[in-house]
Each structure stands twice: as structure tokens, then as C-alpha cells.
Design a protein around this ligand. Structure first.
Ligand code: MG
Length: 250
């Protein structure tokens, strides 16, 4: 069941989104060669807790971190570890959520660590732009397929592929609500978008095959062919005045 939010609830979600976005920005600033993914996780957790919020992911389904940190061929759900040390040339996807005032914000960004290859930078740029192509379609009266097809069309025109096994989602009092928000689809198909819907749009885009597999840690999803993957996410409200990004930093 899709839960529509009132404007009062949306302003609360904007607060949770702001904390999530600030935490993500801090994580991005910490991405540099020699830093462990656990150090980044600690920074995220400390900031969120200082705001009187809770890290949405900590303990979710047993997840041990406050951020998912996924490097290079890791698509999503990388577990922070003191043994994972970033090096120049890595691309680092950080996914962060915060729970505040009864609502979650959820967002992700892929950062360059040191000097990265041109091909890695192009993948990052295309994935980020595809997110904004998707957000443009988050308009009342459109359907979910309009969002998915905008993302898919943008990246496939650049010979990248869209992960199928993981998708975006409704977000609100629960981290994952209805509906599922695929990053692929057919224009004019799927659930109709209504004012008050709040969705996490989160393209996960691969350089090679769209296929992924999960590592033995039962969390980390990696590309089946070992090629790079990027991930960007915003929590977005569908309103009568068009799409509003709720995960905006200060
Ligand atoms: Mg999400």
C-alpha cells in the first residue's frame, strides 16, 4: 500500500532528508586514499547521532554499519570494515539514511578517490545525470514506468546497463515502503504518481553486464563480470508543484 504524506509530514521528511544529506556529504569529504571504510562509517554515525537522529541502516536486517560503502565492482550494501582501505583510483559509493522525527531520509552518491580513470568518471557522471532524468519524471499524473524508462534510456544510450535485482522504493515512516521504483521500465506503465508520494530513486548503473551476485558475507552485491558500478540516490516527494528533493544538505 502506498502511503501518501501530508505537507506537515513532508516538512518532517525534509528534516530527516537534510540530516541524511549532510551525513552523506561528510562521508564524501572523508573519501581519500588510506582511509578505511570503517572510519567513514564512524563519521556518518557520529554526525547522525549528534543530530538526535538514528542511522536508518544500523541493525536493519542485521546490517552492522550506519553506511553502505561499496567500492568499484561492488554495487550496493558493502559492509564498512577497518580492513578495507581506499586507494587512489577507487570509485566509492556511499549510501546513508537517517531516521528523525518519525521519518527516514535515504540518499547515496559515488565519489572518486584520488585520481580515477576517464572511463570511471564517465560512468559516475552518467549515473548521476540519470538520477536527475528520473527525478524530472516524478510528476503527479506520470507513472513509475516514466521514471524507470528515463533512467534506462539515458544510461543505455551510453552503453551502460541498469541493475535489475535492486530497485528504488517508497520511503517514509519505514525505510522501505511501497511502491518498488525500478530504474527500468516502459513509459506510461506502472503505478500512477500522486501528490504526497515519497520515493527513493536510486539508479545502480554498471559498465558491463547488469547481472550481479552477492558475496559470502550475504550483503555485498558485486557485478557478475567484475566491471565498475555506480550508485546515486535521492529521496523525492511528488507534489502538486512538481518533484521536490527531500535529501538536500545545508
Ligand atoms: Mg534506498
Amino acid at each position: 500500500m502506498v502511503i501518501l504524506k501530508t505537507s506537515r509530514e513532508l516538512s518532517k521528511m525534509r528534516e530527516a532528508g537534510r540530516i541524511s544529506a549532510n551525513a552523506l556529504k561528510l562521508a564524501g569529504k572523508a573519501v581519500e586514499p588510506g582511509v578505511s571504510t570503517l572510519e567513514i562509517d564512524r563519521i556518518v554515525r557520529k554526525y547522525i547521532e549528534e543530530q538526535g537522529a538514528k542511522p536508518s541502516f544500523l541493525g536493519y536486517g542485521g546490517f552492522p554499519g550506519s553506511a553502505c560503502i561499496s567500492i568499484n565492482d561492488e554495487v550496493v550494501h558493502g559492509i564498512p570494515s577497518k580492513k578495507r582501505i581506499l586507494k587512489s583510483g577507487d570509485i566509492v559509493s556511499v549510501d546513508v539514511g537517517a531516521f528523525y522525527g518519525g521519518f527516514h531520509g535515504d540518499n547515496a552518491w559515488t565519489y572518486a578517490c584520488g585520481d580515477i580513470s576517464d572511463e570511471a568518471q564517465k560512468l559516475i557522471d552518467a549515473t548521476r545525470e540519470s538520477l536527475f532524468e528520473g527525478i524530472k519524471q516524478a510528476v503527479a499524473g506520470n507513472r513509475l514506468g516514466d521514471i524507470g524508462s528515463a533512467i534506462q534510456g539515458y544510461v543505455e544510450a551510453r552503453s551502460y546497463s541498469v541493475v535489475r535485482d535492486y530497485v528504488g522504493h517508497g520511503v517514509g515512516a519505514k525505510l522501505h515502503e511501497d511502491p518498488s521504483v525500478p530504474n527500468f521500465g516502459t513509459p506510461g506503465r506502472g503505478v500512477r504518481l500522486l501528490p504526497g508520494m515519497t520515493i527513493a530513486i536510486e539508479p545502480m548503473i554498471n559498465m558491463g553486464t547488469h547481472k550481479v551476485r552477492v558475496l559470502d558475507d550475504d550483503w555485498t552485491a558485486v557485478t557478475a563480470d567484475g566491471k565498475l558500478s555506480a550508485h546515486f540516490e535521492h529521496t523525492v516527494a511528488v507534489t502538486a508543484d512538481g518533484p521536490v528533493i527531500l535529501t538536500m544538505p545545508d
